[in-house]
Design a protein around this ligand. Structure first.
Ligand code: NAP
Length: 534
C-alpha cells in the first residue's frame, strides 16, 4: 500500500482525540485520525460494563468548556453520567464538530517510527495502512490498555468471561447466571450492585479492600449548569486555576484546627454531599498520617454500619490511608454484602489458583460460575503508547526513556521523541484532574506551539533533557510531602534498585500546573528545542 501523507496523526477518538482532531485542523492542517474501536468514545466505548459511569460531576468536571454552543447544547440527565449517555455525548460532539469523518475506525496503530531523514512519523496499522505525518498526537488516554488476564486455565473455562474494559457491544445476560467479579477497584465496585440485582448468585473476588464513599447520584445541578453557561470563559479560566479540590472543600483547615465534634460534623456533611470531597476533608489529610487516620476511621465506621456481618465488614475495611489510592464512588455497593445471594471471596486469604472448566478454584474452595467479569484495571500511562509500537529513530521506546519514572516536559512530550505529543500523561495532573479540560488545555497548547513553529519556519519540536530534569524536579517537589507517594498503586513508580518512589501525575492540581506551563512557554518555550530542515 502506498504511504499517504498528512500534517498530523491523532490516535484515539475519545473525548481528548475528538477535540484534538477539531482544534488541530484549524489553520488548514490536514489531520488523520486512527481509532481501534468501531466508533468514537474512547474509554467509554470499551467500558460499557454494568454500572459504568463517570465519577466526577458531569456539568462542571466532565463537560467540554471550549464552546458555548457545545456546553449549552447538551443537558446531562444525571449528576454522574452513565456510559450510554457519555457515548451519546461523544458521538454528538464529534458529529457537531465534523470530526467523525476524519477518523479511520477499526484500525489499530501497530508501529510509529520517527525518521530523522524526512522528519516524519511513519505509521503502520493492522489494516495495512501506511501513513506519514509531521506530528503525532497520542490521545490514547492514561488508563486505556487493559491489564492482561493471566490466570492459569482460563482457556479451559466453558462459561463466558469478559473484561470490564473491553466490554462487548451486545447484550450480556446476567439473569439466572452465577457471576464472578474479580477485582474491586472503581470498575468492580460500580459493577457489583448492578450485577447483584440481576444475577442468580454473585461472587465478589477481592484482593485489597478499597475505600468507597457514597456517590449520591441524582439529577445534575441545573442551577450550577446555568451559572456556568452564563460565564463560561470565566468558569473555564477558574477551573484552570483550581487546586485538586472537589466543590465544598474550599474553606478547609488542618484537622487539628477543629474540635473532635467539628471534625465529625465536617465529615458527616461531606458524607451526605457525596463525591470525592471525603479525600480532601482536612487540609493536611494528604500529608499527615494522624489527620488522615481520622477520616480513614470515619469511612471504616461507615462500612461497618452498612454491612451487617462484622466478619464481612472487617474484610471490606481498608487499612491504608484514605485518598492515597483513587477514592471510589459507590451506589449501593456495601448494601450488597447483606444479600444472601452474594459471596465475598477474600483473595488475600484464599487466592485464585486456577480457572477450571466450570469456575474458579481458590486455594481452599471451588466456585461454580457461568460468567466471570475481570475488572483488573489498566497498564497506566504508557500502556497504549507501547501497544501502538512508538519508537524514535534509534529504535528507543518511551518506556526506555522513562525507565526510572516519567521523563517529560509538562507530561506532554518526552525527550528524544520529536513532534510526538502525549496529552494528559504522567507529569500532568492526568488522572487527578478534570480530564476533558486537561485535554482541551493540551490540544490548545499544541495548536499554539505549531503556530509558533509555522511563523518561525521550524519543522521539529522536542522536549530537551534539561527540560525533563527541570520538570521532573518540579513535579517531585509538589508530591514530596504526600503520604500517597508511600502507598503502592499505579500512580507511584518505584525503582527497585534504590527504592526511590516517583509520584507520576502532577500532584498539585491545575492551580500550580497551568501557571508553570504558561510561564515556561512564555519564557521562549523553556524546556523545548526547535529546529528547521535546511
Ligand atoms: P483498578 O482500580 O486498578 O482495580 C483493579 C482491581 O483488580 C483491584 O481490586 C486489584 O487488586 C485487582 N486485581 C488486579 N490484578 C489482579 C490479580 N492478578 N489478581 C487479583 N486481583 C487483581 O482498576 P479499575 O477498577 O478498572 O479502575 C482503574 C482506574 O480507572 C480508576 O482508578 C479510575 O481512575 C478509572 N475508573 C474510573 C471509573 C469512574 O468511576 N469513572 C470507573 C472505572 C475506572 P489490588 O487492589 O490488590 O491491586
Amino acid at each position: 500500500m502506498t504511504e499517504k501523507t498528512f500534517d498530523i496523526g491523532v490516535v484515539g477518538a475519545g473525548l481528548g482525540g475528538i477535540y484534538a482532531a477539531y482544534r488541530l485542523r484549524e489553520g488548514g492542517l490536514s489531520v488523520i485520525g486512527i481509532e481501534g474501536a468501531s466508533g468514537v468514545g474512547g474509554t467509554w466505548y470499551h467500558n460499557g460494563y454494568p454500572g459504568s459511569r463517570v465519577d466526577t460531576d458531569s456539568v462542571d468536571m466532565y463537560s467540554y468548556l471550549f464552546s458555548r454552543e457545545i456546553y449549552d447544547g447538551w443537558q446531562w440527565k444525571e449528576r454522574y453520567a452513565a456510559q450510554p449517555e457519555l457515548m451519546a455525548y461523544a458521538n454528538w460532539v464529534a458529529d457537531k464538530l465534523g470530526v467523525t469523518g476524519s477518523f479511520r475506525f477499526d484500525t489499530w496503530l501497530r508501529q510509529a517510527q520517527w525518521s530523522q531523514e524526512d522528519r516524519r512519523w511513519h505509521l503502520k496499522t493492522d489494516r495495512g495502512d501506511r501513513i506519514a505525518c509531521r506530528f503525532l498526537v497520542m490521545c490514547t488516554g492514561n488508563l486505556s490498555e487493559p491489564k492482561p488476564v493471566s490466570f492459569p486455565g482460563l482457556d479451559r473455562f466453558t462459561g463466558e468471561w469478559l473484561q470490564s474494559n473491553r466490554w462487548p457491544h451486545r447484550q450480556v445476560r446476567l439473569t439466572n447466571r452465577r457471576v464472578a467479579i474479580v477485582g474491586t477497584g472503581s470498575s468492580g465496585v460500580q459493577a457489583v450492585p448492578v450485577v447483584a440485582a440481576q444475577a442468580r448468585h454473585t461472587f465478589v473476588f477481592q484482593r485489597t479492600p478499597h475505600y468507597a464513599v457514597p456517590a449520591r447520584n441524582g439529577p445534575p445541578d441545573r442551577k450550577r449548569q446555568q451559572e456556568i453557561s452564563c460565564h463560561l470563559e470565566r468558569f473555564k479560566e477558574a477551573m484552570l486555576a483550581r487546586p485538586t479540590l472537589p466543590t465544598g472543600q474550599e474553606d478547609r483547615r488542618p484537622a487539628a484546627h477543629y474540635t473532635a465534634e467539628e471534625q465529625q460534623e465536617r465529615m458527616e456533611r461531606q458524607w451526605a454531599l457525596g463525591g470525592h470531597g471525603m479525600a480532601y476533608v482536612f487540609e493536611d489529610i494528604g500529608t499527615s498520617r494522624a489527620s488522615n487516620e481520622i477520616a480513614s476511621e470515619f469511612a471504616r465506621k461507615k462500612i461497618r454500619e452498612q454491612v451487617k456481618d462484622p466478619v464481612i465488614a472487617a474484610k471490606l475495611c481498608p487499612d491504608y490511608p484514605i485518598g492515597t489510592r483513587r477514592l471510589i464512588l459507590e451506589i449501593g455497593y456495601y448494601e450488597c454484602f447483606n444479600r444472601d445471594d452474594l459471596t465475598l471471596v477474600d483473595m488475600k486469604e484464599d487466592p485464585i489458583e486456577e480457572i477450571t472448566e466450570t469456575g474458579i478454584r481458590t486455594r481452599s474452595s471451588h466456585y461454580d460460575v457461568d460468567l466471570i467479569i475481570f475488572a483488573l484495571g489498566f497498564k497506566p500511562f504508557l500502556g497504549a503508547i507501547e501497544k501502538a509500537g512508538v519508537v524514535n529513530h534509534r529504535g528507543e521506546t518511551p518506556r526506555e526513556v522513562w525507565a526510572r519514572g516519567p521523563r517529560t516536559v509538562f507530561g506532554l512530550m518526552t525527550p528524544r521523541f520529536p513532534n510526538l505529543f502525549h496529552p494528559t500523561s504522567a507529569g500532568s495532573p492526568s488522572v487527578l484532574g478534570p480530564l476533558i479540560l486537561e485535554n482541551e488545555f493540551h490540544a490548545d497548547w499544541i495548536a499554539d506551539c505549531l503556530e509558533h513553529m509555522r511563523r518561525r519556519g521550524y519543522d521539529t519540536v522536542e522536549a530537551t533533557e534539561d527540560g525533563a530534569d527541570i520538570w521532573g524536579r518540579k513535579s517531585a517537589a509538589v508530591a514530596q510531602n504526600l503520604i500517597r507517594r508511600q502507598v503502592n498503586n499505579y500512580m507511584v513508580h518505584v525503582n527497585a534498585d534504590d527504592a526511590s518512589r516517583i509520584f507520576q501525575p502532577w500532584a498539585a492540581g491545575m492551580a500550580t500546573y497551568v501557571p508553570e506551563v504558561r510561564r515556561m512557554t512564555a519564557e521562549g518555550y523553556k524546556g523545548f528545542a526547535f529546529s528547521a530542515l535546511k
